[in-house]
Write a protein that binds this ligand. Structure first.
Ligand SMILES: [Zn+2]
Length: 400
């Protein structure tokens, strides 16, 4: 049973700090979990880089880490015994489901909302305590790597459910980071007819094609506007916006999405908005629907996302380009993410405990393990995402 815990904490005054604490008594109905994997999010990178501070937001979480996989190692009285030794994930925010607001269906106004890193410690930590009622058990044949991506996977799934993706839709995704690549896979799984993507890096455009994109273009391709106009997307997703300080596009891609979308179409903005957005007049004249992404209400999508990771409709294996060993590697992981045009990174994971289980049915032994034994294996490559979809023809051919 763990008695002490090491964890990362952050404040603008002291910066990142690896701290240690004695573990207290486990609250009734909670489970104590050993963190197996955790990955820094873009939001956390922005926070550590001081982005929220410069825009005057006090959006500082003392405890870092909400994208993680953990193993239940201890039960409190009242926690179901079947959870012991299970691998679990937990959404960053879960409404209680029992307060008056929740019973009225107003989950956003929950008076007993559970927040990872606020009402518990964070997952950038050796140990995390969680309410048993809020953890989701990971199916045995989902790899540790895939389960470590459950949070962005659930977010991608929830966002497409939120907008009501029409089967047969033509979708344009601006940006192919972790979220953009998961949205690509989820859109195809939900019946999108064709998905076109944009990404600055050629290696990522290749990965996007291997994951089923019809075409993937550079954002500065002079042909982009004409090719997108011919494609006529009814849904455009801005998955590239966010602070320029961490290499994102600001609000440029959101305005671009509004220009690109077909009249009566939908623009989905999933990025962190940190500055006011000026809408182009075409937003009105085209009568578009502008939807902002799910922030905290995708907890219900976790079981579906895990099921899709299990059967291969979603895969994070080609997205997690870097696996670094140990909790101490967080500063290095953040640098790899910040310097991703040099490092080739898409998603970086910290491996606190090497994966023990045998590979699942999807690839045979070795298919899920990290080349070289599971630690510090910056694969850098992005070619491992082969899917069963046929290689698509370039858009230019199809439009000729
Ligand atoms: Zn509630």
């Amino acid at each position: 049973m763990p008695r002490e815990n090491r964890f990362w904490r952050f404040s603008y005054d002291t910066g990142l700090e690896l701290a240690e604490e004695k573990l207290g008594r486990l609250a009734p109905g909670w489970v104590r979990c050993r963190v197996l994997r955790v990955q820094p999010s873009v939001t956390e990178l922005m926070m550590v880089k001081g982005v929220f501070q410069t825009v005057g937001e006090a959006q500082v979480h003392r405890y870092l880490g909400h994208e993680f996989l953990a193993e239940v190692v201890q039960l409190s009285p009242g926690a179901p015994s079947h959870l012991l030794h299970e691998r679990v994930v937990c959404a960053p925010r879960v409404p209680c489901g029992a307060c008056e607001q929740c019973r009225r269906g107003r989950h956003w106004a929950c008076t007993a909302l559970f927040r990872v890193g606020v009402d518990s410690g964070g997952a950038m930590s050796e140990t995390i305590d969680l309410p048993a009622a809020h953890v989701v058990v990971v199916p045995t044949d989902v790899s540790d790597l895939d389960a470590g991506c459950a949070q962005p996977a659930a977010s991608a799934v929830a966002n497409l459910l939120h907008i009501g993706l029409r089967p047969g839709a033509r979708v344009l995704i601006l940006g192919q980071g972790t979220m953009g690549l998961l949205l690509l896979q989820a859109a195809l799984a939900f019946g999108a007819a064709e998905v076109v993507t944009t990404a600055p890096r050629a290696t990522i455009r290749d990965l996007s094609l291997s994951l089923g994109a019809l075409d993937s273009l550079a954002p500065d391709d002079p042909e982009l506007a004409a090719r997108v106009a011919a494609f006529a997307p009814e849904l455009v997703i801005d998955a590239a916006g966010g602070s320029a300080a961490v290499g994102l596009s600001g609000t440029t891609t959101l305005r671009q999405a509004i220009e690109f979308v077909e009249p009566y179409g939908t623009v989905l903005a999933i990025s962190d908005l940190i500055s006011p957005v000026e809408l182009p007049p075409s937003a009105r004249t085209k009568a578009i629907r502008l939807v902002f992404g799910q922030m905290g209400y995708y907890y219900g999508a976790y079981p579906l996302a895990l099921g899709m990771l299990r059967d291969g409709r979603l895969s994070c294996r080609p997205i997690v380009t870097h696996q670094l060993e140990g909790l101490e590697a967080l500063p290095a992981a953040l640098e790899v993410m910040a310097e991703r045009s040099k490092s080739g990174a898409i998603q970086v994971q910290l491996v606190l405990v090497p994966e023990r289980r045998a590979a699942g049915p999807r690839g045979g032994p070795g298919a899920r393990s990290t080349p070289g034994g599971g630690s510090d294996s910056a694969t850098g490559g992005v070619s491992s995402g082969a899917r069963r979809r046929p290689a698509p023809r370039p858009l230019s051919e199809r439009l000729s």
